[in-house]
Design a protein around this ligand. Structure first.
Ligand code: SAM
Length: 328
């Protein structure tokens, strides 16, 4: 038994949001006052998350990304990581974090053999960082970056490209890969900001980003991407690290998508752009057995939409939610 959709795509990667709470208020993700967070009992418990992951791993999911909200704001997150690390069917546990709270946890993450940390950092300038995230935490995030770089953990940086806000820093971000073994990834901005529209002056899509970088560097090499990679990857000749672009909005990576999501309230998503296909939490709390779960996962995934455009067209509601609710 394996998870395969009707386009033949095999699903092996779960993105699990462990909370909808976040310590930052990034402008492109949510309004200044934050989002309407749900009551604690509506969040999946760690036991429920463990069970969902275990059942999915028995159906071939071998990679999990923990995200949120900010995963490290949820109490006992490290203990949850510890229990997940006992699941021998998982080859990789990855984390996406804003890094503001994790400086003291890096040794523990190494000990638990976490595979990679994706650190979100949208500006290398302290004041601009504070303006974007509406919190003055640049120093601790940068400290985390440096500590992660020295650790055994793979480090990827997530940079949301925001028209007229940080587009003047794209070259500085590529330069970070000169002497560091890191992957800098530029993400196309999506409308998941809690209000549904993007107030942007110019569309910084994949083509515009790569053309901008190529204007500056004459020696951009195109790398061979791993199957189902979310980013198209490049490097500057002789630079230690790489950079990539995630076409999150233009959605040219759906062809070999291997991903599913479960939100912090247990909403199962076949695609980032759908509005949730069924609630696993309610199903579990109504007494579903692991066999029932398997059956419903197989059935739901078989109906995964062809791409993010089809998923969006099938939505019952408009795109207004924050990435913090979805789990980025
Ligand atoms: N709190 C963690 C963090 O900051 O990385 C994990 C959750 S966050 C929602 C996951 C990723 O989604 C981050 O890299 C963030 O920059 C990205 N993101 C949030 N809103 C976005 C948007 N509207 N468009 C593109 N990426 C977005």
């Amino acid at each position: 038994m394996e998870l395969r959709d009707k386009f033949g795509r095999k699903i092996s990667y779960l993105r699990l949001a462990v909370t909808d709470r976040c310590n930052l208020r990034c402008q492109y993700c949510m309004p200044a006052q934050g989002i309407d967070i749900v009551d604690r009992k509506e969040l999946l418990s760690y036991k429920e998350m463990y069970r969902i992951t275990r059942v999915l791993s028995e159906l071939g999911v071998n990679k999990v990304r923990l995200t949120g909200g900010e995963p490290f704001v949820r109490r006992d997150f490290i203990s949850f990581l510890e229990s997940l690390s006992f699941n021998d069917k998982l080859d990789e546990i990855n984390i996406t974090t804003n890094g503001a709270l994790i400086t003291n946890h890096i040794d523990k993450l190494e000990e638990l053999e976490i595979n990679a940390v994706n650190l979100s950092i949208d500006s290398l300038q302290r004041e601009k960082f504070a303006k974007i995230s509406r919190r003055d935490v640049f120093d601790s995030v940068y400290d985390t970056l440096e500590k992660l770089e020295k650790s055994n953990l793979k480090l990827k940086l997530n940079v949301v490209v925001q028209s007229g806000v940080n587009t003047d820093e794209l070259i500085d971000f590529v330069e970070l890969s000169k002497n560091r073994d890191i992957a800098v990834r530029f993400i196309e901005e999506m409308p998941f900001n809690g209000k549904g529209q993007r107030d942007i002056k110019e569309e910084w899509n994949f083509n515009k980003i790569i053309n901008h970088i190529k204007k500056h560097f004459s020696d951009v090499e195109t790398l061979q991407d791993k199957k189902s990679s979310t980013s198209r990857n490049f490097k500057i000749t002789n630079y230690k690290g790489t950079f990539g672009i995630i076409p999150a909005f233009t959605r040219t990576i759906c062809n070999d998508c291997n991903r599913i999501r479960v939100t912090a309230t247990g909403m199962f998503k076949n695609c980032l752009f759908d509005d949730g296909v069924f609630n696993v939490r309610d199903f579990l709390r109504n007494g579903a057995s692991n066999e029932d779960l398997k059956e419903v996962f197989l059935e739901t995934i078989s109906k995964k939409p062809k791409d993010g455009f089809v998923a969006e067209a099938q939505r019952k509601s408009k795109v207004v939610e924050s990435m913090s609710t979805i789990g980025g």
